[in-house]
Write a protein of this length. Structure first.
Length: 476
C-alpha cells in the first residue's frame, strides 16, 4: 500500500496566510467588462503555463446565476498534445466536501437525520470509538466542520496496482477519538468518509447514486460516474502530472479510500453549477437542491473557526467568501466565491502542488468580476530550486514548538521519524526540507521557513511566501 507523505486532499483557505487585499465594495456591477476579463486572464494563464510547465488550467467564472465565461488552456495529455477544453474532466479533490455536506443537509431537511445527533445513531454496526462514555459524543456537525477530535488512517492506491482500497466500513472501524469534539479545528478527511457512510445508511442508496440523483441531475450535470468514471468519461480525463524544474512529468493515477472527502471527477463548469446554487439560496435554473435556510447554515463559520459545513468561510471587509482547495497527486483545484457580490471562480489543473498559482488566478478573476480595470499582472510562479541537505536530529529538535502569527493562528513545528513538519492552524501537516542549517523549504508549495535566534535560542520563524515575509514568535 502506497502512502504519500505530502498533502492528500488539501484545505487551503487562500493558501497559507489569508490575503486581506481583496474587496469588492468599491466596485460597481455595471463596471464588469467581460472582454477585458477574458483578455487579461487568457494572457496571464498562458504566461503561467509557459513559465512553469503546468500542463493545463481550466477555469469558470460565475456572476449572479450564470457562468459568464469558461475556458481551458494547455494540454490534458502532454505527450500526445491533446488540448484541454471546458469538457475536460479533472479530479475535484477536497472541493467535493461541499457536495457531500450538501447531501447531508438534504437528508436533514427531509427529517432523516439531525446535525446535532451523535453520528453513531446512524452508523449501526459501524459505530466509531468516540468519547460518548464521557458525555461528549461526536455529532454530524462536528464531522462537517472538522471539529470531531477523531483520528484515523487514510491511504491511496495507484489505479494500476492490483489492490482495492478499504471500504467505508473498514475506514470507520479504524477511527478513534484523539480529543473531545467541538474544541479544536483539525482537518479530517476520514470524517467525510463517515459522512458518506451516513448518507448510504440513511438513504438506502450508494453514495454515488445518491449524489447523482439528488444533486448532480438537478444541477443539469450529466455525469453518471463522478466516483467511478464511465468509459465515455475516461476519454475526457486529464492525465495527472507533477512539476520538476518547471517541467511536467507523469504522475500515478490513484484511488483514495475516503472517497466522500473528494475522490471525484467532474468538469470545471459542472462544479461551477454547484457553486451557483450555493450563491442563490440553493436554486439553479429554477431547480432547488436545498432550502435557503440550509444554505445559510452551511455558510456559517462553526465553533469560532474559519470553516462552515463543508467549506472554508472568511470575511474580508464587508464580504463573506466561501473557499476551498483540493489536491491529490497530479491535480490541484480551488474555488472562491463572494456571497454578497454573487461572483466566483472555480479553477483546476492537472498538476499537483500549484495552488499558489491557482489562488492568485482566482483572486485576479474576482477583481475583474468586480469591475477593476487595472487588475494584474500576476507575479512569476517559476519554482525556485533548493538542494536538500541532511541535518542531525539534535539540530532539528531545536526548531520544534509553537509559533504564533496572530491570535488563533499558530505554526506547530514537530519532529516525527527524523522528519520536520509544519502545520498551520486549520491546515494539514506538511514536510519541511532543510537547504541550510536554519532554512527549510516545502516541496508542495512555493514557500520557505527560516528560524531566527537570539542568544543561541530559537525565538521566532519567518515564512517567506509570494514576496511576503511573515514572522511568528515562538510561544512554546
Amino acid at each position: 500500500m502506497i502512502k504519500k507523505k505530502f498533502v492528500l486532499i488539501l484545505l487551503l483557505c487562500v493558501f497559507i496566510i489569508p490575503n486581506k487585499s481583496i474587496s469588492q465594495d468599491s466596485q460597481s456591477e455595471e463596471n464588469f467588462d467581460l472582454e477585458l476579463t477574458k483578455k487579461t486572464l487568457t494572457k496571464e494563464i498562458n504566461k503561467l503555463l509557459k513559465e512553469t510547465g503546468i500542463p493545463s488550467i481550466s477555469i469558470s467564472l460565475i456572476k449572479d446565476d450564470t457562468i459568464v465565461w469558461a475556458d481551458a488552456f494547455g494540454y490534458a495529455n502532454v505527450k500526445k498534445q491533446v488540448p484541454a477544453t471546458s469538457a475536460t474532466i479533472y479530479h475535484t479533490g477536497s472541493n467535493f466536501k461541499f457536495v457531500t455536506a450538501t447531501a447531508i443537509m438534504q437528508l436533514a431537511e427531509a427529517g432523516k437525520l439531525d446535525l446535532d445527533d451523535p453520528v453513531n445513531k446512524y452508523l449501526d454496526e459501524s459505530a466509531i470509538a468516540d468519547l460518548s462514555n464521557e458525555g461528549t459524543p461526536v455529532t454530524i456537525r462536528h464531522l462537517l466542520s472538522h471539529h470531531s477530535g477523531l483520528k484515523g488512517p487514510i491511504e491511496m492506491i495507484p489505479i494500476w496496482k492490483r489492490m482495492l482500497p478499504r471500504t467505508l466500513e473498514e475506514v470507520a472501524s479504524e477511527i478513534s477519538a484523539e480529543e473531545p469534539p467541538g474544541i479544536n479545528f483539525k482537518y479530517c478527511n476520514h470524517c467525510f468518509a463517515l459522512l458518506g457512510l451516513v448518507i448510504e445508511k440513511v438513504s438506502g442508496q450508494s453514495y454515488q447514486d445518491y449524489i447523482v440523483e439528488n444533486i448532480l441531475k438537478p444541477l443539469r450535470i450529466q455525469s453518471e460516474g463522478p466516483l467511478v468514471p464511465t468509459p465515455g468519461m475516461i476519454e475526457e480525463l486529464a492525465l495527472p502530472y507533477t512539476i520538476v524544474n518547471n517541467q511536467p512529468f507523469p504522475e500515478y493515477q490513484i484511488r483514495f479510500d475516503v472517497f466522500p472527502a473528494g475522490d471525484m471527477y467532474l468538469t470545471v463548469p459542472e462544479i461551477a453549477n454547484f457553486l451557483i446554487a450555493q450563491l442563490n439560496g440553493g436554486l439553479f435554473q429554477g431547480q432547488s437542491i436545498l432550502s435557503s435556510e440550509s444554505i445559510a447554515e452551511m455558510q456559517k463559520a462553526q465553533f469560532g473557526s474559519y470553516y462552515g459545513l463543508g467549506t472554508g468561510v472568511i470575511n474580508i471587509d464587508d464580504e463573506k467568501f466561501l473557499l476551498h482547495t483540493g489536491a491529490l497527486p497530479g491535480f490541484s483545484t480551488a474555488f472562491k466565491v463572494g456571497t454578497s457580490s454573487k461572483t466566483g471562480v472555480y479553477i483546476a489543473s492537472n498538476s499537483g502542488g500549484v495552488h499558489d498559482a491557482l489562488v492568485s488566478i482566482g483572486d485576479l478573476s474576482l477583481k475583474l468580476l468586480s469591475g477593476e480595470k487595472n487588475a494584474g499582472p500576476l507575479p512569476s510562479f517559476v519554482k525556485m530550486e533548493f538542494e536538500e541537505i541532511n541535518l542531525p536530529v539534535k539540530v532539528l529538535e531545536k526548531y520544534t514548538g509553537e509559533y504564533e502569527i496572530r491570535s488563533e493562528l499558530i505554526f506547530a513545528i514537530s519532529l516525527e521519524d527524523k522528519q520536520l513538519y509544519a502545520q498551520l492552524t486549520g491546515q494539514p501537516k506538511l514536510e519541511l526540507f532543510p537547504y541550510e542549517e536554519d532554512r527549510f523549504f516545502y516541496k508542495t508549495a512555493s514557500a520557505q521557513i527560516g528560524f531566527n535566534f537570539e542568544k543561541g535560542k530559537v525565538t521566532s520563524l519567518t515564512l517567506y511566501q509570494k514576496h511576503r515575509e511573515i514572522e511568528a514568535k515562538k510561544i512554546e
